[in-house]
Ligand binder design. Structure first.
Ligand SMILES: Nc1ncnc2c1ncn2[C@@H]1O[C@H](COP(=O)(O)OP(=O)(O)OP(=O)(O)O)[C@@H](O)[C@H]1O
Length: 366
C-alpha cells in the first residue's frame, strides 16, 4: 500500500484561527454573516466534514476557502464541481487512473482526492454526484484510502472534506437520489450561507473588497465611485443571483462609468437593467465631484431634513433647485451656455431646452 500519511497532515490543530484570517476571505459585518464566520472559526481547527448550503452565488466556494485557510492545514485546497464534469469522467477526475486503465488512458493520472492529501477537498454540487460514485466516496471516507481507476494498490489519504450544494439534500435522500449514509457522513457540520438580500448592509463592504481586488489586479483601472444614493439603491434590490450578481453589476459599472460617480439612477437604469447610460457625461470628461465636496447637500441629508414634515411640493421644490443651479452656473460663466452645460454635465441642447422651459435668461455674474 502506498502511503501519503504523515504526522503533518494528521496533527491536531487546537488553536482557533485569528478572526482576521476569515474576515480577509469573507467581508461583511451583518449579524447573519458574522454568525457564519464564527461557525467557520469554531469548526476550522477540527477535521469534521462541513456541508455548506446556500442559494446560488452566496459564496459557498468562498466559505470553503475560509475554512481551508483557517484550518492551518499545510496541503492545498482542491475544488471539484461535481455538476460541471460529465458523470463518466468524474470517477477518474476524483480517483485518478493508471496507465491503460481504459481507452485513452495513455499515462498515469493523479486524482483530485490524492491531490488534496494534507489539505482540503471541496466537492461543490455534491447533490449532482451519480449514485455509483457516492458509494465509492463513502468507502473513501470510511477507510481513508483510495485506489486509482485500473489500479490494484491502495493509497492512504488524509484530507478535510468540505461539500456544498444548492439542492435540498433531505428531499433528494427521501426520493432516493442521494445515499442516506453518505448524507450523514458529510453533514457532520452544516453551514448555511444567507442570501445577499438578508445581509444588504454588507453590500458597501463587499463592493469595497471587490474594488480593491480589481485594483490589485489592474492598478491602471479607472474605477467608478458609488455614491450613497447608489448604495441605497443596491441595498433595495432583491439579488436573486446573490453576490455573483453584485460582481456582475460591478463589472458593468467598470465598463460604463470608469472614473465616474455612480448614482441611484445609474444603478436602476444601467446596472440592474442593461440600458446604455445617457450620453451626458461623455467619455474623457473628468468625473464630477460629489455634491458634498462642492458644498451642496448630499441626497441622504434629505432624510433628516424631511423628518417630521407632513407634505412637500416635490415637483415645485425640484424645479426651484434646478432653476437656481442653472442660473448660478450661467452667472459664473458670464452667460456662456456651452461652459455652463459642461459644468452641469448636460448637453448644450439639453440646457437650452431647460432654459426655454423655465424662462431663464443668459445673465452674467457682473
Ligand atoms: N462575501 C463575498 N465577498 C466578495 N465576493 C464574494 C463573496 N461571496 C461570493 N463572492 C463572489 O461571488 C461569486 C460567487 O461566489 P461562489 O462561487 O463562492 O458562490 P457559490 O455559492 O459557490 O455559487 P454556486 O452555488 O452557483 O456555485 C464569486 O466570484 C465570489 O468570489
Amino acid at each position: 500500500m502506498t502511503s501519503h500519511f504523515s504526522p503533518e497532515g494528521a496533527r491536531s490543530r487546537p488553536l482557533p484561527p485569528p478572526a482576521g484570517l476569515i474576515n480577509r476571505v469573507i467581508p461583511g459585518e451583518s449579524v447573519s454573516i458574522c454568525r457564519v464566520k464564527q461557525l467557520i472559526a469554531a469548526v476550522a481547527v477540527s477535521d469534521a466534514p462541513v456541508l455548506v448550503r446556500g442559494s446560488t452565488g452566496t459564496g459557498k466556494e468562498l466559505a470553503a476557502e475560509a475554512l481551508h485557510r483557517a484550518s492551518g492545514r499545510g496541503g492545498a485546497l482542491i475544488a471539484v464541481n461535481c455538476a460541471a464534469i460529465p458523470a463518466d469522467l468524474l470517477e477518474s477526475e476524483l480517483f485518478g487512473h493508471e496507465k491503460g486503465a481504459f481507452t485513452g488512458a495513455d499515462r498515469q493520472r493523479i486524482g483530485r482526492i490524492e491531490m488534496a492529501h494534507g489539505g482540503t477537498l471541496f466537492l461543490d454540487e455534491i447533490g449532482d454526484m451519480p449514485l455509483a460514485l457516492q458509494a465509492k466516496l463513502l468507502r473513501v471516507l470510511e477507510s481513508r484510502r483510495i485506489s486509482r481507476v485500473g489500479g490494484t494498490s491502495e493509497i492512504e489519504v488524509d484530507f478535510r472534506l468540505v461539500t456544498a450544494t444548492h439542492r435540498n439534500l433531505d428531499a433528494q435522500v427521501a426520493a432516493g437520489g442521494f445515499r442516506c449514509d453518505l448524507y450523514y457522513r458529510i453533514n457532520v457540520f452544516p453551514l448555511e450561507l444567507p442570501d445577499l438580500r438578508e445581509r444588504a448592509s454588507d453590500i458597501p463592504l463587499i463592493l469595497a473588497r471587490m474594488l480593491e481586488d480589481q485594483l490589485a489586479r489592474d492598478p491602471a483601472l479607472d474605477l467608478p465611485h458609488f455614491d450613497t444614493s447608489a448604495l441605497r439603491a443596491l441595498a433595495g434590490h432583491s439579488w436573486p443571483g446573490n453576490v455573483r450578481e453584485l460582481r456582475n453589476v460591478l463589472a458593468r459599472a467598470i465598463v460604463l462609468f470608469p472614473g465616474r460617480i455612480v448614482t441611484a439612477r445609474h444603478v436602476r437604469e444601467n446596472l440592474l437593467q442593461l440600458a446604455m447610460p445617457d450620453p451626458e457625461g461623455p467619455a474623457g470628461q473628468q468625473p464630477a465631484a460629489a455634491p458634498e465636496a462642492q458644498g451642496l447637500p448630499e441626497p441622504s441629508q434629505f432624510h433628516d431634513m424631511l423628518e417630521g414634515r407632513a407634505d412637500l411640493d416635490l415637483r415645485g421644490y425640484l424645479r426651484d433647485i434646478e432653476v437656481a443651479l442653472i442660473e448660478a452656473a450661467l452667472a459664473k460663466r458670464d452667460g456662456c451656455v456651452s461652459r455652463a452645460a459642461d459644468a452641469l454635465r448636460l448637453r448644450r441642447t439639453t440646457l437650452i431646452e431647460k432654459m426655454k422651459k423655465f424662462g431663464i435668461m443668459r445673465c452674467s455674474a457682473a
